[in-house]
Design a protein around this ligand. Structure first.
Ligand SMILES: [Zn+2]
Length: 691
């Protein structure tokens, strides 16, 4: 399970073939073309500054104000930032590869799969001509359910055959307590809004959004043939069911506590919680034929499963059928004819996030290939963009930053030797994965055709679903990656105890081989430090060197950690995101601590790397100033207010301005570099420091 990312995690469950990533990028020009080479922009650009702002008043605005003026949000985008811009360039580059792979004569098996998947997705004439026909067999299956017993039994088949997780989801994961084992897990699911709080909040904005959501449900049901009055009534029923499930779900902050979402139990105990589902039969249907029966599993939220039992047994049959039809439709809509795709977009992107226009088709299809055949397409990407010297330099930076972390842990004045020994053991066990996997995923068993996009989507869903279930009973593959190589993001995985940097995030304007160390350590170095610090944030610190959930802290040291993280929580809770919405710093403190610790580690590593060198001023800035400007400029962003509201409710990361100002205002090194004085906004009192 991947928990900690540098950027907002795309809202995708492992088994979900949902809509395209919400955070990724748009086109800069009216008619973009495929790129044959990656464009270059430097990782420190003085023309991105806003020199009318004093750096000690608002460093983020100073470092990024010029960028913000030059980079208005494209019409197909909820927000626009340095990472999104690079993502867009990667996508344009992949587009060129895919166009070639779609039409070339002599293709490798990998080129055939990615090229044909892309071609089928691009063929909107065929997709539109099909309407919702490809989904009809599944919809008919639901219409044919005329009694409750049949309906409850049918959920297993629907989960196995189609994307979309009505009511709950089931899958596999590493065992929190024994990370060498893969277990089955059942989780809450089946809410169409981004978070349980959307169903429960009573402010005017939330009430209106629920009305808009209900209208969306009715619209998509009527597109599939339901007469309008029935569709309207069913939409109200569906909202009622989802609200009951939302009430029984843990909040995002609660879910940050691994103990609250760990309840290993025999399948028989789950059977007692939710007798409406025949769990032995359900689980057998998810697994491949011949796999040994599952006898125990993690039920992450038992209270939810109890509430589910009530819904499944007290809601009338028509409401439950409508709920199943809607969840099938809303998951499939992006892959169906234009009216479905457009309706889905209108609600989830325009209403919810403020995005005016759909992305161009090439972008949707490039993302679809990346999502479903990412390690096939990734091979083509890496061969063209990621040199051995880039890999070597970023590997070296990672090792240097780990060495600094070791020194910092050894020097902590608030931690006992016993806890330090465990922390160092964990640090030394962390694996660094840079660029791309050592072994590429084998897609041989996945059939892809250039005609019939929906068939490709469903086969890709089943391929991935089977791949996940097949992990049961086998050793954990520690070489597996949770992101594809072109991804502009990075993560720490507490159970694998590894940090992962795809090739996509190690390019200009992030890692910049043309520039000197100051901005590179400020930017990429701080990202490496960020992921490393996640191993020791409020969640990560609960896992040991083997990736097991085990408390290795003395009570006194745990108290010391809490005191320090509370300093950060108090500071960030003071920042406003949009309107009167403040940062929920109990949700964001893991990321905030990673931002703070990561920047400090990178700064120390840079100082060591360049010790004794004479570093010149460049463009009128000292080396220290350039380190901090480089660090800030990864975060330059513009966001729509609708998107800011969604992020405030769902994103464990603070908004960009806080991710920069919150960090530098706690760093005396920054204050010295820019000569900031006590009382200025970029000098936070007290100075918070965790790592
Ligand atoms: Zn992070």
């Amino acid at each position: 399970m991947i928990r900690f990312l540098r950027l907002a995690a795309p809202a995708l469950a492992v088994l979900c073939v949902c809509s395209a990533l919400a955070q990724t990028a748009p086109s800069q020009t009216a008619q973009p073309q495929p790129l044959t080479a990656m464009p270059y922009s430097p990782s420190l650009d003085v023309s991105d500054l806003d020199r009318s702002i004093h750096p000690c008043d608002n460093f983020y605005q100073y470092a990024c104000g010029g960028w913000q003026k030059k980079n208005s949000i494209p019409a197909d985008q909820a927000s626009w930032d340095v990472y999104a811009k690079l993502t867009n360039e990667n996508e344009q580059f992949l587009w060129g590869i895919l166009q070639t792979d779609a039409t070339a004569k002599d293709r490798t098996p990998v080129q055939q799969k990615v090229g044909d998947y892309f071609a089928a997705c691009m063929n909107t004439t065929a997709i539109n001509a099909d309407g919702d026909k490809p989904l009809q067999p599944a919809l008919d299956r639901i219409y044919a359910l005329t009694n409750r017993a049949d309906l409850l039994a049918a959920i297993a088949g629907l989960h196995h055959d189609y994307p979309g997780s009505s009511f709950f989801s089931a899958g596999t994961t590493q065992d929190d307590v024994d990370s060498s084992t893969i277990i089955a897990e059942v989780d809450p699911s089946g809410l169409g809004l981004p978070d349980r709080d959307y169903y429960l909040k009573t402010d005017a904005h939330s009430v209106k959004l629920r009305e808009q959501y209900t209208a969306y449900i009715a619209r998509i049901l009527s597109l599939a043939g339901e007469p309008t009055p029935q569709a309207n009534a069913q939409a109200a029923d569906i909202l009622r069911i989802e609200t009951a499930l939302a009430k029984a779900s843990l909040t995002r902050v609660q879910r940050r506590d691994p103990h609250l979402i760990y309840h290993m139990m025999p399948v028989t105990q789950l059977q007692t919680l939710t007798p409406a589902i025949d769990w032995a039969s359900y689980l057998a249907q998810q697994q491949t034929t011949g796999a040994p029966a599952i006898t125990k599993l993690n039920v992450s939220q038992p209270q939810f499963m109890k509430a589910l039992q009530t819904e499944l047994t007290t809601e009338d049959l028509d409401s439950l059928r409508a709920y199943l039809r809607f969840h099938l439709l809303t998951a499939a809509a992006p892959f169906l004819a234009s009216p479905f795709d457009q309706t889905h977009f209108d609600f989830y992107s325009t209403t919810l996030r403020g995005v005016p226009a759909m992305p161009p088709r090439w972008k949707t299809c490039t993302r679809a290939v990346d999502q479903n055949l990412g390690e096939a397409l990734g091979q083509e990407f890496v061969a063209r963009t990621f040199s051995a010297s880039m890999k070597a330099k970023t590997q070296l930076m990672t090792e240097q930053i780990e060495a600094v972390m070791q020194q910092e842990i050894q020097n902590l004045d608030w931690m006992s030797p016993a806890t330090k020994a465990e922390a160092l053991r964990k640090l030394h066990a962390i694996r660094n994965k840079i660029g791309y996997p050592d072994h590429w995923r084998d897609y041989t068993a996945l059939k892809v055709t250039p005609n019939g996009y929906f068939g490709d989507v469903i086969r890709a869903y089943r391929f991935e679903d089977a791949r996940q279930w097949n992990k049961l009973g086998k050793p954990v593959d520690r070489d597996e990656w949770g992101m594809t190589p072109p991804t502009v993001n990075a993560y720490f995985d507490p159970q694998m105890n590894d940090i992962n940097f795809p090739a996509g995030v190690l390019q200009p304007p992030l890692y910049d081989p043309k520039l000197d160390d100051a901005p590179n350590y400020g930017n990429t170095g701080a990202t490496i430090g960020h992921e490393l610090t996640h191993a020791f944030d409020d969640e990560g610190r609960q896992f040991d060197s083997k990736g097991n959930l085990r408390d290795w802290w003395t009570p006194e040291d745990a108290k010391g950690f809490e005191k320090r993280i509370n300093c950060v929580r108090d500071q960030y809770a003071g920042y406003t995101i949009v309107d009167d919405i403040h940062i929920n710093s109990r949700l964001t403190s893991g990321e905030d601590v990673a931002d703070l610790g990561g920047t400090l580690l990178a700064y120390i590593a840079w100082k060591k790397e360049t010790a004794g060198d004479h570093l010149p001023n460049i463009d009128g800035f000292t080396p220290d100033q350039r380190f901090f400007i480089g660090m800030a400029q990864w975060a330059c962003a513009n966001e729509r207010p609708e998107e800011e509201r969604v992020q405030a409710a769902t994103d464990p990361h603070s908004p960009p301005f806080a991710r920069i100002n919150g960090v530098v205002s706690n760093m005396p090194q920054f204050q010295k570099a820019f000569d900031c004085k006590a009382g200025q906004p970029m000098v936070h009192t007290p100075t918070c420091k965790v790592w």
